[in-house]
Design a protein around this ligand. Sequence first.
Ligand code: SF4
Length: 136
Amino acid sequence: MSGLAGHIRTESARLAALCTACGGCVTACPMTPYAAGVDAAEPGTVAAGMRDVLRDGPGSPAALAWIAACTRSGICTPACPEGLDAAFMLRLAQWRAKGALGTAPLIPVKEDTQYSPKVKAFARLTLTEEEQARWL
Ligand code: SF4
């Protein structure tokens, strides 16, 4: 496996293995009131669903709502007691949930025509220039 898809898979697996699903990132997130079912759920359960998406799983309705609601505030990252880049985990989860690896989307994808099934084209829409230089 190579290229961006490989990076996504490798980083997903690495971060998912380190995440304890403590829920700290969910608790810190300012978007949870806008994600259906998240405030009513146990934060660790929502985080576990996000971690499941990183492991090719289906996640959970609350986790998918949380993933879809991410606006990259970045507030989650300093809240992680494991020192993980939680914001990046959410981005990986959002890419995957939108079908960046060629699987059927798990969350609504805005403007379908802009999301090419080719991972590289998809990622260009969301990676910063510096990240593109590193990843593509
Ligand atoms: S705060 Fe860190 S360890 Fe806890 S669920 Fe979020 S990413 Fe995982």
